[in-house]
Design a protein around this ligand. Structure first.
Ligand code: ATP
Length: 239
């Protein structure tokens, strides 16, 4: 996945506001990248541009070698359904469906064949194989988030985007979910993009990119939570 020279504004005339300016980003397979930045720095706008929910003013977003900024609505729907797996803070599982049916839902929506063996395999990888016939309400928050990861992986996407995936979890469940994301990247050859406010979560990534006022402010590789926290404070202080 490659982003080149991406800029995004809202409004027009004197009220025009640049939420993102000249953003470049490259995510290669088996890399785990975290994005951090103060509130209003442009993180959600960037994710929305990657998912085709917002159209950038300039620049390109290439996923699987295709510039998604040129896709029509049908192409963008297919992108979000099959080519990018997304996990949010709220697990967004369908309460009336079993865990197995929640995991296979993206395939059903895409009209693709459901491979029961693959559903079980992913459930095992994320550690919810014993819960396949239960409903989401019978699972803990951490278990529900693991189901959301299996659902994100079922279409074998080119990128996993996790937007505050540990925001609603306690420390122990957060650690499990972050360890899972880490192993998804290494064992399943995935690339992952994590947006988080939590330096402990970002420390699990290979590199952390800092965004402020819609521009990259720098990056850290292999940093501890303490180093990330200090860098974040520094970014927030810059004029
Ligand atoms: N639809 C919109 N219209 C006008 N301004 C917008 C719109 N969406 C976002 N913005 C502005 O763009 C800037 C970036 O917002 P964005 O939501 O991307 O920040 P964020 O880093 O995700 O913040 P948070 O951490 O609080 O979620 C903010 O100043 C916001 O007010």
């Amino acid at each position: 996945m490659t982003v080149r020279g991406l800029s995004k504004s809202f409004g027009s005339g004197p009220g025009r506001f640049w939420a993102l300016t000249d953003i470049d980003l490259s995510l290669t397979p088996r890399t785990f990248t975290a994005i951090m930045g103060p509130s209003g720095s442009g993180k959600t706008t960037l994710l929305n541009c990657l998912l085709g929910l917002d159209k950038p003013d300039t620049g390109s977003v290439s996923i699987g070698g295709q510039n998604i900024t040129r896709l029509d609505e049908a192409g963008l729907a297919e992108l979000r359904r099959s080519r990018v797996g997304v996990v949010f803070q709220s697990y967004n599982l369908i309460p009336s469906l079993t865990v197995a049916d929640n995991i296979s839902l993206p395939l059903r929506l895409a009209g693709r064949r459901i491979d029961g063996r693959r559903v079980r395999e992913l459930a095992e990888i994320v550690g919810v194989a014993a819960t396949l016939q239960r409903r989401p309400s019978q699972l803990s928050g951490g278990q529900q988030q693991r189901v959301a990861f299996a659902r994100a992986l079922i279409t074998d996407p080119e990128l996993i985007v996790a937007d505050e995936p540990t925001g609603a979890l306690d420390t122990a469940s957060s650690d499990v979910v972050l360890g899972l994301l880490r192993s998804i990247v290494s064992d399943l050859d995935q690339r992952a993009l994590l947006v988080t406010h939590d330096p402990r979560a970002a420390a699990v990534a290979d590199r952390v990119l800092f965004l402020s006022d819609g521009r990259w402010q720098g990056e850290l590789r292999g940093a501890t939570a303490g180093q990330i926290s200090a860098a974040l404070t520094d970014v927030g202080r810059r004029p």
